[in-house]
Design a protein around this ligand. Structure first.
Ligand SMILES: Nc1ncnc2c1ncn2[C@@H]1O[C@H](COP(=O)(O)OP(=O)(O)OP(=O)(O)O)[C@@H](O)[C@H]1O
Ligand SMILES: [Mg+2]
Length: 236
């Protein structure tokens, strides 16, 4: 672990304007090192998703500075931002967001149709299969989402996030729709990706079991960092 891969300073974020203005993040300062695993916890509405969207370059309408992989999010053009997201970030959501009429590998390969993909046409299917094998879905490469379990759907979504070999995985309640055993398997996979593949993992969670397994846990409350807990003992 060396230089911070994410440097957030004095980030303030509001939605709306005038009387309807609602400030949801206040003076957030946070550095995350390359290779770290970090959880973000806090009650509903505390600003977790808003913060993750800023880190991932999905939202540039904030004050302050957010530097990811030495790039200032707020200074990038739309084109640069889209390329940055493609090259640096993998997103995983609670609701999987898979296309039902596409097979697992087609869902994974879909991002290659968008600009900024590093992988050439001939290699797209090969790479999709490779990442599906990485998440142990060797036998579901040609399956359609309705024929997959929740855990398998989330693995397809994780494979999709891995397709472009990201430096950072941003996960918004990735186990929120899974039963506890399946959720545990998905969390073990994130742990593996963090330790073996050296991917920086940031995960929003409501589950203590998940937050206790990360190197640091950031607690947000009413748009402010209330506490930062560092892991002291290995989690069973
Ligand atoms: N697009 C939006 N427009 C206006 N207000 C928004 C928007 N997105 C979020 N908010 C508001 O910002 C605040 C923080 O929302 P955010 O989604 O970041 O919370 P959260 O911590 O992720 O909550 P949850 O645990 O329920 O997902 C909330 O008060 C929410 O109503
Ligand atoms: Mg949220």
């Amino acid at each position: 672990m060396t230089e911070p891969i994410i440097r957030i300073s004095k980030v303030n974020k509001s939605y709306g304007t005038g009387k309807a203005r609602n400030q949801v993040l206040y003076d957030i300062d946070l550095n995350i090192k390359s290779g770290e695993s970090v959880s973000i916890v806090g009650t509903s509405g505390s600003g977790k998703t808003t913060l993750l969207n800023i880190i991932g370059g999905l939202d540039r309408r904030y004050d302050g500075s957010c530097i990811v992989n030495n790039k200032k999010i707020e200074k990038m053009s739309e084109k640069q931002l889209s390329r940055f997201r493609n090259e640096t970030i993998g997103f995983v959501f609670q609701s999987f967001n898979l296309m039902e009429h596409l097979t697992s590998w087609e869902n994974v390969a879909l991002s290659s149709y968008f600009k900024g993909c590093k992988i050439k046409g001939n290699y797209v299917q090969k790479r999709a299969v490779e990442v599906l094998e990485r998440v142990e879905l060797n036998d579901k490469i040609n399956a359609y989402p309705p024929n997959l379990s929740g855990g398998q759907k989330q693995r397809v979504a994780i494979a999709r996030a891995l397709f472009n070999n990201p430096d950072i995985l941003l996960c918004d309640e990735p186990t929120g729709n899974l039963d506890s055993k399946t959720g545990k398997n998905v969390i073990e996979l994130f742990h593996e990706l963090n330790i073996e593949d050296k991917i920086t993992v940031i995960v929003i969670t409501h589950e203590e079991r998940v937050s206790k397994g990360t190197d640091r846990s950031i607690q947000l409350e009413d748009g402010k960092i209330l506490s930062i807990n560092t892991k002291t003992a290995p989690v069973k």
